[in-house]
Design a protein around this ligand. Sequence first.
Ligand SMILES: Cc1cc2nc3c(=O)[nH]c(=O)nc-3n(C[C@H](O)[C@H](O)[C@H](O)COP(=O)(O)OP(=O)(O)OC[C@H]3O[C@@H](n4cnc5c(N)ncnc54)[C@H](O)[C@@H]3O)c2cc1C
Length: 338
Amino acid sequence: MRLADHTTLRVGGFAAAALVATTEAELIAAVRKADDMGTPVLLLGGGSNLLVADEGFAGLVLQTKVRGIHHQDIGDLVFVTAACGEPWDGFVSVCLSSGAHGLEALSGIPGDVGATPIQNVGAYGVEVGNLIASVRVWDRQDQQQRDLSPQECEFTYRSSIFKAQPDRWIVLAVTFALARTGLSRIAYDQLAELLDLEVGDTALPSRIRESVLRLRRSKGMVLDETDCDTWSAGSFFTNPIVSAEVARQLPLDCPRYPASAGAKLSAAWLIQHSGIEPGFGLNDRARISTKHTLALTNRGQASAADIIELAKIVRAQVLSTFAIELKPEVRLVGCSLD
Ligand SMILES: Cc1cc2nc3c(=O)[nH]c(=O)nc-3n(C[C@H](O)[C@H](O)[C@H](O)COP(=O)(O)OP(=O)(O)OC[C@H]3O[C@@H](n4cnc5c(N)ncnc54)[C@H](O)[C@@H]3O)c2cc1C
């Protein structure tokens, strides 16, 4: 298997071995066997948050294609469980059609359900960790299945226990606690603006989904075979969280949002204001998206090395301009920015 054919950045060399698991039993058996033999394992969902080296992966790439969704009504809530291989956006759409609300602001995010807890995916003011009731996992360390509560998942901004310990957990299925109420609250200014509403107002979940998809498309954040601006891994860097002291020293027009440790900054703003414009690149192979400075894109012929080189330039430029070091949001496999 060539990883370039299975990742949205369209880069990455060959895997030494590859397997597709279509049931939980197959998935667990394959991981157990690899662990017994000391073979490294890379879990692969939609490949939309991965940058794999041109040298490939010297181990087993295990594709999670386990499917299945079921609902259970308890009081005012509906608990919807999806197997790890359910495509995320299809799942969001199924939930909305069945009257289960809460995930609509996360419409259009590529990838599968099983990866959503890994980096606590988020968009438009909503994070998946706030809607997760439990995550069923295979624990490779203790060799057992477990149901983890949201507290045990240790969700934080674009992180979790799964991201912190990538070689320990296999996400088998995720249960979401969703509402049956008719309206959802808007938590993001651009979304409110598009709907002609204020942050904190409510709107029909179907309208929120439509508007989110519109906004995302305008930024190249919905996968499109015909648009190189979407041949990315989404936001390449996380929004940096800095102390109040550091935030005070930044230009007044630098957007900042409250965060537990001080202030959360906009990585896209920092990149653009360090002199890197949309569409910037060192060659015709790898460029910043023309629609969003936080997306590093493959224009068709890029290698992983091209993407890494571009990422290093962007990071160095922000560091020299603002003395802030951007951290990758994307999981780097076999390569690094150092
Ligand atoms: C155009 C675009 C827009 C995006 N927009 C957003 C956004 O708005 N918000 C956001 O948060 N992210 C966004 N992303 C990033 C990405 O889509 C999400 O992180 C997504 O959840 C990754 O899912 P995936 O199935 O593709 O995971 P993969 O890329 O296949 O894997 C990601 C990581 O999770 C691990 N993994 C995958 N499945 C499992 C499993 N079952 N058990 C254990 N580990 C597993 C992998 O080993 C890897 O470390 C975007 C990406 C793109 C390309």
